[in-house]
Ligand binder design. Structure first.
Ligand code: DX5
Ligand code: ZN
Length: 246
C-alpha cells in the first residue's frame, strides 16, 4: 500500500486562531491539512471559502512535491464543484477533492441545457482540476456504493484518473460524529482492486477506530476532533501513523 499520510481536519481547530493552529499542526507531525469546504447546500453547514484558505496558506509552506508535507487537501462539500476549481487553486489548494454525488446529475427536473451548464462528469472534472495544476480526489458519501468509481479510477487517460479516493466514514457536514464501521467494506474492496491507490477515510477517526480503518487498507487518515481535542496532538498524530504503517 502507499505510504501513510496523516491529514488533520482544521474544522476542529480554533477558527479565531486558524493560521497559528495550522502551522502548529504541521510542526506536530501532520503531513497534510484537511480543509473542509461546505456550502450550506450539499451539506447542512457552512465553513469557509477562498479568502480564508489564501490567508492560512501564508502560515504553511507549500509542498515541494506532489503529496508532500503541507499539502492543502480541500474536501469540497459543495453542490457545484466545477465552479470553484480556479478560485481554490488561486487560494493555495493542492488537492481538490469533490464529491461524486455533486458531479453527476441528480436534478432530473432541470432542462438538459441548464444541467450541462452546471454539471460535469467526474472524468471531465478531474481533467479540469489536473489542467489547473492540482491533484484531484473523488469522495463518496455513506449512501453511495463504491463501484460507481471503478470506471473513473480505470480511465484510459491518466489525466482523467483521480489521485485519491475519499470514503466518508460519517455523513458529511460536521466534526465529532461517530465512526461508521459499515463503510469499511468499501475501503477493503478498493484496496483489493487498487494496491497503489491513495484511499482516504474521513469521519470519527482516532485512537479507538484507526486500527479497523488501517486494516481495511486506508492510508490517508483525516482526524479532526481526535487531534485538535487532544492534550497531546503530536502523540495522536504519531499513533495514527504507526497504526497505518504497522
Ligand atoms: C465532516 C468532515 C470531516 C470532519 C471530521 O463532514 O468532512 O473532515 O472534520 O471530523 P472528526 O474527525 O471529528 O470526525
Ligand atoms: Zn472532510
Amino acid at each position: 500500500a502507499p505510504k501513510a499520510i496523516i491529514a488533520p481536519s482544521i474544522l476542529s481547530a480554533d477558527f479565531a486562531d486558524l493560521g497559528a493552529a495550522c502551522s502548529r499542526t504541521i510542526e506536530q507531525g501532520a503531513d497534510w491539512l484537511h480543509v473542509d469546504i461546505m456550502d450550506g447546500h450539499f451539506v447542512p453547514n457552512l465553513t469557509f471559502g477562498p479568502p480564508v484558505v489564501a490567508k492560512i496558506r501564508t502560515h504553511v509552506d507549500r509542498p515541494t512535491e506532489a503529496h508532500g508535507k503541507g499539502t492543502f487537501d480541500c474536501h469540497m462539500m459543495i453542490a457545484e464543484p466545477k465552479k470553484w476549481v480556479k478560485e481554490f487553486k488561486a487560494a493555495g489548494c493542492d488537492l481538490y477533492c469533490f464529491h461524486y454525488e455533486a458531479a453527476v446529475d441528480s436534478t432530473a427536473a432541470e432542462s438538459p441545457e441548464a444541467k450541462s451548464d452546471r454539471k460535469t462528469s467526474p472524468r471531465e472534472l478531474i481533467r479540469f482540476i489536473h489542467d489547473q495544476g492540482m491533484l484531484a480526489g473523488i469522495a463518496v458519501k455513506p449512501a453511495t456504493p463504491v463501484d460507481v468509481l471503478y470506471d473513473v479510477i480505470e480511465a484510459e487517460d491518466k489525466a482523467e484518473r483521480p489521485d485519491m479516493v475519499l470514503v466518508m466514514t460519517v455523513e458529511p457536514g460536521f466534526g465529532g460524529q461517530k465512526f461508521m464501521a459499515s463503510e469499511l467494506p468499501k475501503v477493503q474492496e478498493l484496496r483489493k482492486r487498487y494496491p497503489e491507490l491513495n484511499i482516504e477515510v474521513d469521519g470519527g477517526l482516532g485512537p479507538g477506530t484507526i486500527d479497523q480503518a488501517a486494516d481495511a487498507g486506508a492510508n490517508v487518515i483525516v482526524a479532526g476532533s481526535s487531534v485538535f481535542g487532544a492534550k497531546d496532538p503530536a502523540g495522536v498524530i504519531a499513533l495514527l501513523r504507526e497504526a497505518v504503517e504497522k
